[in-house]
Ligand binder design. Structure first.
Ligand code: MN
Length: 718
């Protein structure tokens, strides 16, 4: 532990050395208030209390956090432990610093004993969501780091409790935020309290001169590469954390000797050619271990990770891993894809929170270089707006629900029995409607009625989670069979009527039995019950009923009608029973759209279309041999090609005549291609309008409608 107590002068000196510009006036004031407030307080370790906030502030400077965060770090314990109020902080330092202090105070008040995996996961997410401004969480993490550093002063039980909480809640959050330095320190310090024997065993195994060893290797490598014309951008090194080794030894059951990446050196170069060149040099310098070389440059990992990995062994007989990559690959590996992150964390792709936080890490990293950290933090803040909400039971269990979930969802999330018996809810001790939409942090008490109370069908429309929906349906399925059957039967009958499906009772029962069988239901009753409680959607089975109905109808109907009529228009003509055949119009009678027509199947030239009253048709039909080859044909009403026609209208000339005529055509949706109007004798007017008509029938309609316009004398096709 520290022999000399940390002072504010130490902190300011450290800030100066960071080279970043800070609002020193703000920090001076914050320190002054904190020092005065904590004056006379001592930590368990014997230091003056103010040393703790000073150390936390220093950790935040190390992370490159902004002035407000440092100020909040200095003040983080005053509201909790001294007479200073949040209001005072707000008036002196502004709402932002106050919000940070308030957030840290709230997090400090929560303590969590041993947690199951799922609970711990919920809690981590809840804490992140609740801290809203991610800076709150970062300050809290630094607070925890310093507390763990000085934890030897705690009594045994407190050490273990804090260590467990750190391991289960805070280290994973640090990992999520990508602050790996803090994550590793929190894990190692927790392990030291939770399994002192295991920790010491590894710590003793780790060469105490690890850093020295790596420094030697780094300068050896640098020198050797330089001799061969390669100047690396940088060479980094690291010793695997004690907890990292612990996990491999105890969870993957490996021997210490089998862990080859305890020491690692990373060489960052300009380009890919240099990477392979450097690899050759490394294998020249050290003895490579067999089967440990991986070329992720030519074959990147599925997540895009690129690097050369090799494990070598040097004079000291200590194996170490060498990673060689370009600067770009290094950046990708460090901050790149969320998938890489997940891969390392071993988390399933259960939610998007990981992804959303992945780039918080990037921003934190950029922020160390950029000056405008405030804007970046605003971005992070908006990114952390929760898609999930976290509420508590009165006993303090955390329930995680999607945003928008109601008190009913909450009740069903506790247990289906709680949901089924629900008659009301209290939020923070006040009665709320059961469709109350839950916000994070609320304590919700479900008020239950008698055991046989049961949910309401209307709840199906209120609840947000499928879990609640299923549980409500299940209740109706089990508890209300008769009611379900009646309700399902009624709904089915309505739908049958609507679709005009009529059969004799016996036939109807037979048909429904068949549909039920196809739904793998034991009986029509069971199917109706399923419709009643909502387990089977009418919209799902109606097509099957219609299909079955059509089949029955076809069986009953005369054979002729069963032959499917294929009707596809070719050249605006539909030939019954023949699809897409070439069409030609007979020269003898030259049929026009609107004429009654028939088709004659020629030998090899498709179907020729005649007017029905064509003399040739009558003659041919009389011939026994040809009769089979005459087929029904008619004009396709919608698909026939429109034709142009001119309409001449004679009318009494008056105001608004033209507009009335155009209105009439407009109402009929007739396209107008051109128009001409001129005065005639006897104050008549003659108007010619070029229109487009679908066929002669359509044309006749148009003429008829125009004749009905007031003051129109005659309408003719011209
Ligand atoms: Mn503290």
């Amino acid at each position: 532990m520290l022999n000399t107590y940390m002072t504010y002068e130490d902190l300011t000196k450290y800030i100066e050395e960071s080279g970043r510009s800070y609002d020193m006036k703000l920090l001076d004031q914050a320190y002054e208030l904190a020092a005065k407030a904590h004056d006379g307080q001592m930590r368990r370790s014997g230091e003056p209390y103010i040393c703790h906030p000073l150390n936390v502030a220093k950790l935040l400077v190390e992370l490159g956090m902004d002035s407000q965060s440092i100020a909040a770090a200095l003040l983080h314990d005053v509201v909790e432990d001294t007479a200073v109020t949040l209001e005072e902080i707000k008036s002196k330092f502004g709402p932002d610093v106050a919000l940070l202090v308030d957030g840290v105070t709230k997090l400090t008040k929560m303590t969590f004993s041993s947690l199951e995996e799922q609970k711990a996961e919920n809690l981590r997410k809840m804490l992140l969501a609740m801290s809203q401004d991610v800076r709150v969480m970062i300050i809290k993490l630094c607070d925890r780091v310093h507390n763990m550093r000085t934890g030897d002063a705690w009594p045994e039980q407190k050490r273990r409790d804090k260590a467990l909480e750190t391991m289960e809640v805070y280290a994973p959050i640090a990992h999520r935020l990508g602050i790996s330095g803090i994550k590793e320190e929190l894990e190692d310090r927790s392990l030291r309290y939770l399994d002192p024997v295991g920790y010491n065993e590894i710590n003793n195994l780790l060469d105490t001169h690890g850093a020295e060893f790596l420094n030697g290797i780094r300068s050896d490598i640098r020198e050797h590469l330089k001799e061969n014309g390669i100047e690396p951008e940088c060479i980094k090194s690291r010793v695997k954390s004690v907890y990292g080794i612990y996990r491999k030894m105890y969870m993957q059951r490996k021997n210490f000797d089998e862990i080859y990446d305890i020491y690692a050196v990373r060489i960052i170069l300009d380009n890919v050619a240099e990477c392979y060149n450097a690899l050759g040099q490394i294998h020249d310098m050290y003895h490579p271990l067999p089967n440990r070389f991986k070329d992720y440059i030519s074959t990147p990992k599925p997540n895009g990770y690129q690097s050369l990995h090799t494990t070598v062994i040097g004079r000291e007989a200590i194996p170490f891993e060498v990673q060689i990559r370009t600067n770009e690959m290094d950046r990708m590996a460090e901050y790149g894809v969320a998938a890489h992150w997940k891969y390392k964390a071993g988390v399933s792709s259960r939610d998007r929170l990981d992804e959303r936080l992945a780039w918080v890490r990037q921003l934190l990293e950029i922020q160390r270089e950029a000056d405008d950290s405030e804007e970046l933090l605003r971005d992070i803040k908006s990114d952390l707006l929760p898609e999930e909400v976290f509420a508590f039971t009165p006993r303090g269990d955390v329930i995680n629900l999607p945003a928008g979930a109601t008190a009913i969802d909450f009740a069903y999330a506790i247990h289906s029995a709680v949901g089924n018996r629900m008659i009301g809810a209290k939020v923070n001790n006040r009665i709320v409607p059961i469709d109350h939409v839950i916000s994070t942090g609320e304590i919700i008490e479900v008020i239950t009625g008698p055991a046989d109370k049961g949910p309401s069908r209307d709840w199906l429309k209120i609840v947000k989670t499928s879990e609640a929906k299923n549980k409500i349906r299940n209740w109706f399925k089990k508890e209300r069979r008769e009611e379900n059957i009646a309700e399902g039967r009624a709904a089915l009958d309505r739908e049958l009527r609507r679709n005009m499906i009529n059969l004799t009772d016996a036939k109807m029962q037979e048909m429904l039995a068949e549909v039920a069988r196809r739904q793998r239901m034991n009986s029509v009753e069971e199917m109706c019950a399923a419709i009643g409680y909502g387990g089977l959607l009418l919209s799902k089975i109606m097509p099957k009923i219609k299909e079955e109905y059509t089949r029955i109808r076809e069986e009953e109907a005369p054979r002729e009608a069963v032959i499917p009529k294929r009707v596809h228009a070719t050249d605006g003509v539909i030939v019954e029973g023949i699809d897409n055949c070439p069409i030609k119009f007979a020269k003898c009678c030259a049929p026009l759209p609107g004429d009654e027509i028939v088709g004659f199947i020629t030998r090899g030239f498709g179907v020729s279309i005649h007017k029905k009253d064509c003399e040739n048709v009558k003659a041919s039909m009389a011939n026994e041999e040809n009769r089979e080859r005459w087929v029904k044909a008619y004009w396709a009403p919608n698909e026939s090609k429109a034709f142009r026609a001119a309409v001449e209208i004679e009318a009494m000339d008056r105001d608004g005549l033209l507009s009335d005529l155009l209105q009439t055509l407009g109402d009929m949706r007739v396209p107008i291609l051109g128009m001409n109007a001129r005065p005639a004798n006897n104050s008549h007017a003659v108007i010619t309008i070029n229109v487009s008509a679908a066929n002669t029938e359509h044309m006749n309609n148009i003429l008829g409608r125009l004749r009905k316009v007031r003051d129109v004398i005659s309408v003719t096709r011209s």
